[in-house]
Design a protein around this ligand. Structure first.
Ligand code: PGA
Length: 223
């Protein structure tokens, strides 16, 4: 049994128009289960389209800097009033296509904490030692709040979607908890209504990060 409701995150990546986002939020609100805590992470321009529902809102990235002369970056100040309480940081696509480093992820984590935003740091096993070293300055209280999303790159649907045996996933999650000295580790990579129970049953997995299957509100609600 999980002691708290599993966190189920929708990562829309760069999908949807304003109207599609509004329709998604309206449909999902009618379908969502009361047993999970949902966090919806739309692209920045669509944050306004998902307000006023019974789910939490997250961003998919954050500036490493406070508000100022940083063209194109989105600072915590820009998010004021948009009910953003979580930030996905260091997603493998950010690391791969946008040269995100463990160092810049650590700067973003610090900034998120300073503004009351809960960071959700995404890692593959390859990044665990470097990323945990970059976060070695976190306090015990911050580690208790920090969320890590374990996403093996080869398991992400758009990178092949090859699932590891659950025993391997659970062993890796234990290693991650040890390295980050944190409690809350989610799993992500090709999660769908067909396999979500496999990942939600073990007590050591606190929730799921869902990409492709989060784009359909019905499918997402079935997870
Ligand atoms: P996927 O994406 O569920 O489509 O594999 C997960 C992610 O990249 O966050």
């Amino acid at each position: 049994m999980h002691t708290s409701a599993p966190l189920i995150i929708a990562n829309w990546k760069s999908n949807f128009s304003w109207e599609q986002a509004k329709n998604w939020a309206d449909s999902f609100s009618r379908l969502q289960s009361q047993n999970h805590t949902y966090i919806i992470c739309p692209p920045f321009p669509l944050l306004g389209a998902v307000q006023g529902h019974d789910f939490a809102i997250g961003v998919q990235d954050l500036s490493p800097f406070e508000a100022g002369a940083y063209t194109g970056a989105v600072s915590p100040q820009n998010l004021d009033g948009l009910n953003v309480t979580y930030a996905l940081l260091g997603h493998s696509e950010r690391r791969m296509y946008f040269a995100e480093t463990s160092h810049s992820v650590a700067q973003k984590v610090e900034l998120a904490f300073a503004h009351g935003i809960t960071p959700i740091v995404c890692v593959d096993m390859e990044q665990v030692s470097e990323q945990s070293a970059a976060l070695s300055g976190l306090s015990a209280q911050q580690r208790a709040t920090l969320v890590i999303a374990y996403e093996p790159v080869h398991s992400i649907s758009t990178f092949g979607g090859k699932e590891d045996p659950i025993q391997v996933t659970l062993q890796n999650i234990e290693k991650i908890k040890g390295a980050f000295e944190c409690e809350t580790v989610l799993y992500g990579g090709s999660v769908s209504p067909d396999n979500s129970l496999t990942y939600l049953q073990p007590e050591s997995i606190s929730g799921l990060l869902v990409g492709g299957a989060s784009l359909d509100p019905k499918q997402f609600a079935q997870i």
